[in-house]
Ligand binder design. Structure first.
Ligand SMILES: [Zn+2]
Ligand SMILES: [Zn+2]
Length: 316
């Protein structure tokens, strides 16, 4: 399939998917991830972002449920071993005039405690807000199967009320089922089949101004997101491709023994992101765990500094 027919097919899948949100689609066949996946052009992402009719989101909000503190040379190869670096466990929310889309779900305290060797900061109030936001969301996306992104749903006290609107791909579903990242996020098949399990080839428009595509590298099921807001602000959410923007900007890998990543694919993604940033200085590349970026973009008003919920609305 050439690039043009491929994009056309993706758009049709996107439209039919939207019609099917709320119904779990089960497939017993795992989706093979092609190593030949090419990164999309920004022009293609922009085109796909307007495929689904409707107003674009009015804001992109973020919060963090926890922090991890790691030596800088574990986060970025070649950095100082004595210097410590804070990694934020963030959750993003795309806010439309008539509802919200959650991007990942953070994790609960018990799951948080399975990371790291010492007790690290956890923010229970923010986690409560995430739970409220999940309950009120129209759609909840999983970018990949890791516990710091999925435990907020899998271990949610509201699981029965939110399961029908959780969207994930077949490969993420298979990993959650057969290779759970942590003991705490083990999920039974009947519960997982209540999610919307989707298959697509490469790029998929999911909602007005929101496109998702496959970027295996950090994990085999990793994806990135393109977001365009009503005011024209553009973002590429690079998810966990880097743990810090420094991985991306300096083209340096993580250096943690427990992380098994595909270096070739990640370096290609870093190169691609750098090219987009240099050609589009107004576009913001997001990085899930970069705490410095989390603080700065909230302070600058580029990201909303808390998630939108009915409760936060009355406080405004
Ligand atoms: Zn991850
Ligand atoms: Zn992560």
């Amino acid at each position: 399939m050439n690039r043009k027919t491929f994009i056309g097919a993706s758009s049709i899948v996107g439209a039919s998917l939207l019609a099917n949100v709320g119904k779990a689609v089960s497939s017993s066949r795992p989706l093979p991830v092609s190593s030949a996946l090419t990164l999309p052009r920004l022009s293609e992402l922009r085109r796909l972002a307007i495929c689904i009719p409707g107003e674009h989101a009015v804001g992109l909000n973020v919060t963090k449920v926890a922090d991890a503190v790691r030596p800088a040379n574990v986060v970025v190869k070649g950095h100082e071993a004595q210097q410590m670096m804070t990694l934020a466990r963030t959750v993003y929310q795309l806010e439309y005039a008539d509802g919200t889309v959650m991007i990942d779900s953070g994790m609960d305290l018990e799951t948080h405690r399975t990371f790291g060797k010492t007790e690290e900061p956890f923010y229970p109030e923010n986690f409560e807000t995430v739970q409220e936001a999940l309950l009120q969301a129209k759609l909840i996306l999983f970018t990949h199967y890791h516990a710091d992104h999925t435990a907020g749903v899998i271990r949610s006290p509201h699981f029965d009320k939110i399961a029908h609107k959780v969207w994930l791909t077949r490969d993420t579903a298979d990993l959650l089922l057969h290779h759970p990242h942590k003991e705490t996020v083990h999920i039974a098949e009947d519960r997982l089949n209540r999610f919307v399990v989707a298959d697509f080839s490469n790029c998929l428009p999911l909602a007005p101004g929101l496109v998702i595509w496959k970027t295996p590298g950090h994990t085999t099921d990793s994806k990135m997101l393109y977001i365009r807001l009503q005011d024209g602000q553009e973002f590429i959410h690079s998810v966990d491709s880097g743990w810090s923007m420094q991985n991306i900007l300096e083209m340096k890998m993580k250096n943690a023994s427990w992380v098994k990543e595909n270096e070739t694919q990640l370096l290609e993604q870093y190169r691609w992101l750098n090219e987009i940033m240099s050609e589009n200085p107004k576009l913001t590349v997001l990085c899930t765990h970069d705490n410095e970026q989390y603080e700065r973009l909230r302070a600058d008003g580029i990201l909303g500094s808390t998630l939108h919920t009915a409760a936060s609305q009355t406080k405004r």
